[in-house]
Design a protein around this ligand. Structure first.
Ligand code: SF4
Ligand code: MG
Length: 333
């Protein structure tokens, strides 16, 4: 296939214990995720905290293994982590983390840390590495003299540029960004977002952009997938999904975006915030869904293309499979 990355039906549970003497319970963080990223394409993965999007990012990179499901990268099934074959593929897929200060080591100059992946994968001579680090620093907008600086003496934006430079130093085909701007000052978020967008286009990388920020996702992605409790509930063109969300959860997310100077009606989500330790039956969104029917409590909707326009959505009502009478009134509160 032409896909750079294909994840098939990934699932991952963790065992958690509530309280010191609580019984261990299996919690499904990711519950059957399939996604594709083409070369030169950015897929935005959006959802609230706890929906499983960071776990999905880690599964895609093989940082942790899925319980079931598989990852195909550039036509190859991901080999078991730690093997030479895995390291070879892993070099071509890199990650940008949320908090640059946590991702960097305060004891080391940033130049040394940017060179780290080259050392790990034994790429180039010392002179070649130095040259590559200088080139990639220029690419992300760092100055040559920053090479000897320690993370704590750089600004937040410069630190995130250093993290991005480290991810780019091996010339990856896929960049996975997990909330790459949410730990930054609001004043520099747009700069870093534009930088990522430019780099992705210029270097023709595939990108998986994980974020809770719908507006950032819309700006940077060619396709967006919305997650709720470990599953994708809607997927499509970002403008189409955000202008005319088909899934009631996406509708609620979109209506919660503040618009300056506009008094929009908001869909207030009722009920408890999603908790993977306590997954509702049927459609996991049903306790909070303003248009849920009896069917929704028992039958899990499948993610599939809508007949009218091919939009992928997992909702009985969006597919006309349940009484749809109340659906159009949702946004007119
Ligand atoms: Fe709401 Fe039912 Fe659609 Fe789930 S399947 S989003 S509960 S209408
Ligand atoms: Mg997260």
């Amino acid at each position: 296939t032409a896909d750079l990355l294909e994840a098939r039906d990934l699932a991952r549970s963790y065992t958690v214990r509530r309280g010191l003497l609580g019984r261990p319970t299996a919690v499904r963080a990711v519950d059957g995720i399939s996604l594709r990223v083409a070369r030169g394409e950015t897929l935005g993965l959006v959802g609230e905290s706890g929906c499983g999007k960071s776990t999905t990012a880690r599964l895609v990179l093989g940082i942790e293994p899925p319980d079931t499901g598989s990852v195909i990268f550039d036509g190859n099934a991901m080999p078991p982590s730690g093997t030479a074959a895995w390291a070879n593929l892993r070099r071509r897929m890199q990650m940008v983390y949320q908090d640059p200060l946590a991702a960097l080591d305060r004891r080391l100059a940033v130049g040394v840390q940017i060179a780290e992946p080259l050392d790990i994968h034994r790429i180039g001579t010392a002179a070649e590495r130095e040259e590559r680090v200088a080139a990639v620093m220029a690419e992300v907008g760092l100055q040559p003299h920053h090479v000897a600086r320690h993370p704590q003496s750089l600004s937040g934006g410069q630190r995130q540029r250093a993290v991005i430079a480290r991810a780019l130093v091996t010339n990856p085909d896929l960049l996975v960004c997990d909330e790459p701007i949410s730990a930054l000052d609001v004043s520099i978020q747009a700069l870093v977002l534009n930088l990522l967008s430019d780099l992705q286009e210029r270097l023709k990388m595939g990108m998986l952009f994980v974020s809770h920020d719908l507006r950032a996702v819309r700006q940077i992605s060619q396709r967006v997938a919305v997650m709720y409790l470990g599953r994708i509930v809607e997927e499509g063109d970002p403008d189409a999904v955000l202008h005319e969300p088909a899934h009631p959860y996406t509708q609620a997310l979109v209506s919660a975006i503040p618009h300056p100077g506009k008094t929009t009606s908001r869909v207030i989500l009722q009920g408890d915030p999603p908790n993977p330790a306590n997954r509702p039956t049927g459609c996991a969104f049903h306790p909070r869904c303003p248009v849920a029917t009896a069917t929704c409590r028992t039958e899990t909707p499948e993610l599939k293309p809508r007949r009218s326009d091919g939009r992928r959505v997992a909702c009985h009502i969006a597919h006309g499979e349940a009484a749809a009478a109340r659906a159009p009134a949702l946004l007119e509160t």
